[in-house]
Every structure is written in structure tokens, then in C-alpha cells.
Design a protein around this ligand. Structure first.
Ligand SMILES: NC(=O)c1ccc[n+]([C@@H]2O[C@H](COP(=O)([O-])OP(=O)(O)OC[C@H]3O[C@@H](n4cnc5c(N)ncnc54)[C@H](OP(=O)(O)O)[C@@H]3O)[C@@H](O)[C@H]2O)c1
Length: 263
């Protein structure tokens, strides 16, 4: 941080100019909205998810608007993919300033928590928790060497509200909240901030699980003071706040973007 430049000067337009941001799960939904906004704010963005074709399309859309974007395929539940992702970023000669752990899965609901299979448990934990942990560790190490960085984790209100039918998902995201706090403590002294966004129902392919089920949607709206689902862009704006100098004195924060369901 340059002491000769005031906070207000640092948070002017194009608040991510000169930054490199890695966003997982960036081919659609919340991740794509974050990548688009970060690129618009001047960041060079690296988009990551499993399917290269849809990633390339998303990156091309950003480049068409004058942004700088790269597409790298990686499975967030596989450690070898995470290591390759980090190596490929190094090969591009880029240092990641901002990491957004957004990729996540919420597989079809089970009848009962007691029906959860080991395969389902492992799949959910690998993508939602193990991947973010090891990617944050790998990128965090490089951020430590440079004494700067910001990590934003995309979590959910389901981490705090027990929903047995998606129990493995809830538990994995509660773990992600704890990961956020643990890394915030360890990396803070090195100038690296680690925060999370706790999303309510957001209109994406994943959010359709709730919005397409009339009963589940009605139940959700009963406890939602704003009486609507959120848009990916509304999460992206909060991610921008947490990734930029605007939140320079916040770390270990889990910020609700949920229409007020936990109010
Ligand atoms: N939508 C909601 O209502 C809601 C609410 C609370 C929290 N969230 C959280 O928000 C995040 C984004 O969700 P979304 O709603 O935008 O979901 P989405 O529309 O289903 O998008 C998920 C993204 O993650 C990628 N992905 C899935 N599995 C992956 C894997 N194993 N490795 C790497 N990338 C993977 C997908 O691309 P590929 O399929 O090509 O890999 C896609 O780009 C998730 O962490 C989710 O838990 C969402």
C-alpha cells in the first residue's frame, strides 16, 4: 500500500487496474458475472472451470468488450488439476493478485441426510472445500512472497441454516466459512485479506433448483424480506468491494448477500 496515496484516490474508477484476478467457476452464473465486472474494472482475468469450450466463449465475450481474459480448464476437486492451473498461470508470466473461489456444486437433493452416500459426500467436499483450500494455499504462498493479495470465497446462507436434504452442501460451505477465517488470520500479517460472501438464492443454473420448485421457492420467499431472488451481478458488486481497496481494513468477514433471510 502506498502511504502517499489516499484511500479515496485508490478507490476511484477502474478500481482493479493493473491487477490479475483468478476466478474459478467462471464459465457462467456468479463466476462469469464476477469475471466480467472485474475485467470492466481493469483487471486481467483468468477464467477457470472444467469445460474449456464454454470458458473460451466467456473469455472471448470479455475480450470483445476490450477486457483482458484467459481461459484455463481445471477440475477444482482434483489436486493435480490445481497444481497444473498454478503452473500454467506462472507460464503466462502472471502473478495472481485476487483469487475468487467461486466454483461449487450442489448435487440433487437426497430424501434424507442418512441417505448420503460416500461418493456424494466426497464429490461435494472435494469441489466445495478441498479445492478452495489447496488453491488458496498455493496462490497464498505466492501472494506472501509479494506481500499483497485478496481472496474472496463464495459461500451460502445454507452454511448457517441447516437444510438436511442438501446436508453435505451445507456442511462443505460451513467449512468454507471456517477456511475463510483461518486463512484470514494466517495471511493477514502478510498483507493478504481473505473474505467470503454468503449468498442467498441467486438466479443461476444452480439457483434454479430452488426457483423451479414452487414449494421450495414459496418457503424461501416467506423468510426473505426483499421478496425476490438475487442476480449474479449483485454478488459480483460485493466481490468487487471485497477484492478492491474499498475494503482494505476488512478480513475474515462473511458478508451476507441474501435478501435479508438471516435478518
Ligand atoms: N445460485 C445460488 O442460488 C447460490 C446460492 C448460494 C451460493 N452459491 C454459490 O455460488 C457459487 C457459484 O454458483 P452458481 O449459482 O453461479 O452456479 P452455476 O451456474 O452452476 O455455475 C457453476 C460454475 O462452476 C463450474 N464448476 C462446476 N464444477 C466444477 C469443478 N469441479 N471444477 C471447476 N469448476 C466447476 C461450472 O462450470 P463447468 O461445469 O464447466 O465446470 C460453472 O462455471 C457456488 O459456489 C455456489 O455454491 C450459489
Amino acid at each position: 500500500m502506498n502511504p502517499n496515496v489516499t484511500l479515496n484516490e485508490r478507490t476511484q474508477e477502474k478500481s482493479l487496474a493493473g491487477k490479475v484476478a483468478l476466478i474459478t467457476g467462471a464459465s457462467r452464473g456468479i463466476g462469469l458475472a464476477i469475471a466480467e465486472l472485474f475485467a470492466q474494472q481493469g483487471a486481467e482475468v483468468i477464467l477457470c472451470s472444467r469445460k474449456l469450450e464454454s470458458l473460451e466463449e466467456a473469455a472471448q465475450g470479455i475480450r470483445a468488450k476490450g477486457g483482458k481474459a484467459h481461459a484455463i480448464a481445471a477440475h477444482m476437486g482434483k489436486l493435480e488439476d490445481i497444481q497444473q492451473l498454478v503452473s500454467r498461470i506462472e507460464a503466462l508470466g502472471l502473478d495472481v493478485d485476487i483469487l475468487v473461489n467461486n466454483a461449487g456444486i450442489s448435487p440433487p437433493h437426497v430424501e434424507s441426510l442418512t441417505d448420503t452416500t460416500e461418493a456424494l459426500w466426497d464429490k461435494v467436499m472435494d469441489v466445495n472445500l478441498k479445492g478452495p483450500f489447496f488453491l488458496t494455499a498455493a496462490i497464498g504462498k505466492r501472494m506472501i512472497a509479494r506481500g499483497t493479495g485478496a481472496v474472496v470465497n463464495i459461500s451460502t446462507t445454507s452454511a448457517l441454516m441447516a437444510q438436511p436434504e442438501i446436508g453435505a452442501y451445507c456442511i462443505s460451505k460451513a467449512g468454507l466459512n471456517s477456511l475463510t477465517r483461518c486463512f484470514a488470520r494466517e495471511l493477514g500479517p502478510h498483507g493478504i485479506r481473505v473474505n467470503a460472501i454468503s449468498c442467498g438464492v441467486i438466479q443461476t443454473a444452480m439457483g434454479d433448483h430452488t426457483t423451479n420448485d414452487p414449494q421450495r421457492f414459496a418457503d424461501m420467499m416467506k423468510i426473505n424480506p426483499l421478496k425476490r431472488v438475487g442476480q449474479p451481478e449483485e454478488v459480483a458488486q460485493t466481490a468487487l468491494y471485497l477484492a478492491s481497496e474499498a475494503s482494505s481494513y476488512s478480513t475474515g468477514l462473511i458478508l451476507q448477500v441474501d435478501g435479508g433471510v438471516l435478518a
